[in-house]
Ligand binder design. Structure first.
Ligand code: B1M
Length: 213
């Protein structure tokens, strides 16, 4: 790997957003293709962050600063990638379900999904069935991701899926759910397609879903 790509990779892992931004611009000026910068430096190191996070070698603050650095670099790369017609590998809508305002975990999942190459539409917190469906429809999403942190709002996940079934649109999307109180057993009970325990696994599974879609 060229030195500049290694520098971007290292700066991203350390969460140095300003350095990532400067080095990404420098790499572009040196003629390195945006897709190479994205894949070989940024997504690669974000993937490594995900592995370490999953293994409890690093924690939420480190992931958040790395993700912020990723976003700083992406802001420069995105218009160039779009101009070259490089498409994201798929689209996911993500939100914290109605009644629930916790968003730290949801934001982490969103960042990891972006790190895996997906376009992520963030619906925010306290998200209704209408909002999930409206954004999924508008953006041709393949996946709807629902986060819940309270035992009470966890039930809203099941209600939202039921409402999607009642409207006859449930099977248009793969539904992934997660959050501290959620379990695989619960996901099965409420007819979600996937439960993932953490942001890194969510990104791995989302990648598999869109590649087999
Ligand atoms: Co709240 N809160 N909170 N809170 N809060 C918990 C969840 C609680 C366990 C604390 C406790 O009592 N021990 C408890 C829930 C109890 C229960 O239901 N069993 C609780 C409560 C009761 C409340 C209030 C009701 C308190 C009150 O007002 N009386 C209130 C509810 C407000 C509402 O939502 N309507 C409330 C409010 C808040 C704050 C606003 C103060 C703040 C949220 C700030 C914010 O998010 N912007 C807050 C916080 C920070 C917490 C704790 C301390 C930390 C949550 C967190 O961010 N964890 C939490 C206690 C705890 O968990 N230790 C607590 C870090 C985050 C990275 O982890 O979100 O689990 P987590 O995400 C993980 C995985 O779960 C997974 O990936 C992430 C990491 O890889 N994941 C997914 C998450 N979403 C996923 C989706 C996926 C896949 C994986 O696919 C789609």
């Amino acid at each position: 790997m060229s030195i500049i790509l290694e520098e971007i990779s290292e700066a991203l892992k350390k969460g140095k957003a300003k350095t990532v931004k400067e080095k990404v611009q420098q790499a572009i000026d040196e003629g390195i293709p945006p897709k190479t910068i994205l894949d070989d430096a940024m997504l690669k190191s974000m993937g490594e962050i995900g592995v370490k996070f999953k293994a409890n070698e690093i924690f939420v603050p480190e992931v958040l600063v790395a993700a912020r650095a990723l976003n700083a670099g992406l802001a420069i790369l995105e218009p160039l990638l779009a101009a070259q017609g490089i498409e994201p590998i798929g689209t996911a809508v993500i939100g914290t379900v109605r009644g629930d305002l916790h968003d730290i975990g949801k934001n982490l999942v969103a960042m990891m999904l972006r790190g895996a190459g997906l376009e992520v539409i963030d619906a925010g917190v306290d998200v209704s069935t209408d909002k999930f469906l409206e954004l999924a429809e508008q953006n041709n999403a393949q996946i709807i991701c629902m986060s819940s942190l309270l035992t009470t709002t966890m039930e809203a996940t099941g209600e939202i899926i039921k409402e999607m079934e009642d409207r006859g649109v449930r099977n248009k999307y793969k539904i992934m759910i997660g959050g501290a109180p959620v379990t695989a057993e619960f996901a099965k009970k409420v007819n979600a397609d996937y439960y993932t325990p953490d942001a890194a696994t969510a990104a791995e599974v989302a990648k598999e879903i869109v590649s087999s879609h």
